[in-house]
Design a protein around this ligand. Sequence first.
Ligand code: 13P
Ligand code: SF4
Length: 319
Amino acid sequence: MINKKQDTDSLIEKINILRKEKNAVILAHYYVDSEIQDIADFTGDSLALSQQVSKTTADIIVFAGVHFMAETAKILCPEKKVLLPDLNSGCSLADSCPDDEFEKFINENPGHIVISYVNTTAKVKALTDIVCTSSNAEQIVKSIPEGKKIIFGPDKNLGNYISKVTDREMLIWNGACHVHNEFSLEGILELKEKNPFAKIISHPECPKPILTVSDFVGSTKALIDFSISDNSSEFIVATEPGVLHQMKKLSPFKTFFAAPGNTGECACNECEFMKLNSLEKIYNCLLNETNEIILDSEIIVKARVSIDKMLEISAKFNL
Ligand code: 13P
Ligand code: SF4
């Protein structure tokens, strides 16, 4: 135990020396392991991380997240070196929307504004008019003039939820995230029965039955904010359990339960792609400047337009 702590401390020390020497910034999503969240220069949700990237002055960005996030960073900062600690950190939601099939779908449905969730490949973003995240999807859909037809991809659960809250009909791609799509309604209700005062809070990537029984639905950041501001002292949290680290840190006297998944193998639903990140891999990629994200310059230019549009609309709404 002491050795493990010593190893971790010395790894952190080495990372700290390197990030200073190389003018590197370490960004982390709320779903990565807590020890990474704690050493990151900035920890946030998909929108906050994109905003952070767009204003960084670092030469190297180490992205402790998944591949599409690092790609987004590269699109926003093509002149910088963007490193992903493990190049196998994919995303089932991005995989559910292959660019050639999405392009066919767009061509078969002409005259639509294409809104894509940030959880997509750079090639899909290049086919998109406006990118969105779960923090700004509602405002972005509302910003499209009534009467304009919308294609929304790739998350069907988020799409259906946004369609309901904005009262807009949309053509929705049939994709999903295997983490959020696999929470157990039965398990959540059982947990609620045992803890009747706990509020159920969920991410809009969860299916409708989970959202229906929830007291609050919101992006990762919105869930954290709600857990701080709400006067309940217990919460059942239906999103990736990495977020519980921040919730506990910010409200140490409140109790947080990770909503159970359907698999029955663990008491929660972890994203194995996010969990591929480790301090050791961060150190190695920073030391050797390996695992660099390389993108075609034409794709960068096209995808940039749809991401910039998202940042512009978000700024208007102070998001
Ligand atoms: P947000 O960071 O927008 O809440 O998205 C959640 C997610 O699944 C990231 O992969
Ligand atoms: Fe992708 Fe889901 Fe993992 Fe987020 S939680 S990175 S959407 S697989």
